[in-house]
Write a protein that binds this ligand. Structure first.
Ligand code: SAH
Length: 393
């Protein structure tokens, strides 16, 4: 077993159980791609077992802080069992669930979502890439399923020196699945959709949106960055009769349209607009349109803190426009999935947008990702999705 020695004082974050070690913290030692290594402090004390990433600036990702633990098939079976046991306690009202959420589940670089009878995984770091076959078998044994599709076509793999991969790891067949969320049906193609196919992290926020639309009697609803119309279906379920979905992806909008009829709603109550959100909002303002409820759920504007400033301006822009389109008493549900924009900064951005729009609003809720996308106490980087629900005064 190869040993990686850290520089003096660089053991602190590992002692707090934070699972990453950056290049600059390493004093001595090298290993092969994804190889399990023993990590020691400058004084020679055991710190953790970790996977080595030769090309990433995150050189080590800890598998275990227990010196007696072996990193083998049984290790992955234990971690997967623990992750599934947590999900079972959440009693999630959907057959679409995030089963493994990387670091928060003690499996850095692994994302696994379940959609009905199909597992979809992203192997994003050298360690998980190396153990792919073992992890796939352990996942299928633990869930009793037979199909696992790989969607390792995310850009972050490049940092590990890995090329994109997409295809069946185990099983085969149709890649189209039907998801049941709240009382709604949603279709997706695990080979074609964004990320692993759908945005499961917004599940609870879509359900809450339906509740708000009903409670407020909201009729005119604008769903910006709608993707396949999850929030639009929620709005129709809440009783809205004039719902507009805006997205720049034609295939996503085709799904949104399909979802309206699949759930038994009147197609005349829904309009799918293939357009840029910013331009659409400006156009609606010119036309003097108003909405009773608006969703703004843009893609990640700031992948890291380095992009926070430019992203802040982009968030402020769309939120200023969104606020101006709200009818008095109307609700804006605004989200950011940028890890580089924390909840406090996001709050400030929305406050700034309100100032510029000359509109004040009550904050009626602060929300995050559904709990099957867990955050843990030791890994603050895990926080990414945050939302503010504000009601125009
Ligand atoms: N709210 C959705 C997820 C949104 S993901 C849900 O609950 O499922 C972000 C979406 O923004 C993607 O579908 C992407 O196609 C769209 N998008 C990105 N940039 C855009 C732009 N400038 N104008 C319109 N849509 C955009």
């Amino acid at each position: 077993m190869k040993v990686i020695k850290l520089r003096e004082g660089k053991e602190r974050s590992l002692l707090r159980r934070h699972p990453w070690v950056f290049e600059g913290s390493i004093a001595k030692g090298k290993a092969d791609f994804g190889e399990t290594v023993r990590v020691e402090s400058a004084g020679g004390d055991f710190l953790c077992w970790a996977a080595y990433s030769p090309s990433s600036s995150i050189k080590l990702r800890a598998w275990s802080f227990d010196e007696a633990e072996r990193i083998d098939a049984a290790f992955f079976e234990r971690r997967i069992a623990a992750a599934l046991a947590y999900r079972a306690r959440l009693a999630i009202d959907s057959n679409g669930q995030r089963l493994i959420h990387g670091e928060a589940d003690g499996l850095p670089g692994l994302i696994v979502d379940r959609y009905a009878d199909t597992l979809v995984a992203q192997f994003l770091a050298a360690g998980t890439e190396q153990w792919k076959g073992v992890i796939a078998d352990a996942l299928l044994a633990a869930t009793g399923l037979t199909r696992l599709f790989e969607r390792s076509d995310s850009g972050v793999r490049q940092l590990e020196g890995l090329t994109p991969v997409k295809g069946w790891v185990r099983g085969e067949g149709a890649t189209e699945v039907e998801l049941h969320e709240s009382s709604w049906k949603l279709k997706l193609d695990v080979a074609e959709g964004h990320k692993t196919g759908y945005y499961l992290d917004q599940r609870d926020n879509r359900r809450e949106f339906a509740r708000w639309v009903r409670q407020l009697g909201a009729q005119r609803v604008l769903n910006c960055y709608s993707y396949t119309g999850g929030f639009s279906v929620a709005a129709l379920a809440g009783g809205a009769t004039d719902v507009t979905s805006v997205d720049s992806s034609g295939p996503a909008l085709a799904r949104a349209t399909e979802h309206v009829t699949l759930n038994g709603f009147n197609p005349a109550h829904h309009l799918a607009l293939d357009a840029d959100v910013n331009a659409t909002l400006r156009g609606f303002i010119k036309e003097g349109r108003q909405f009773d409820a608006i969703v703004l759920d843009p893609p990640k504007f700031a992948p890291s803190a380095a992009h926070a400033e430019r992203a802040s301006r982009a968030y402020k822009d769309i939120n200023r426009l969104g606020l101006r389109l709200l009818a008095p008493g109307g609700l804006l549900c605004t989200y950011s999935c940028s890890g580089g924009v924390g909840p406090e900064l996001f709050h400030k951005i929305i406050a700034g947008a309100g100032m510029d729009a000359g509109i004040d609003a009550y904050i009626v809720d602060r929300v995050g990702a559904a709990p099957d996308h867990p955050q843990t106490l030791v890994f603050p980087e895990g926080e990414y999705l945050k939302g503010l629900l504000v009601m125009r005064r």
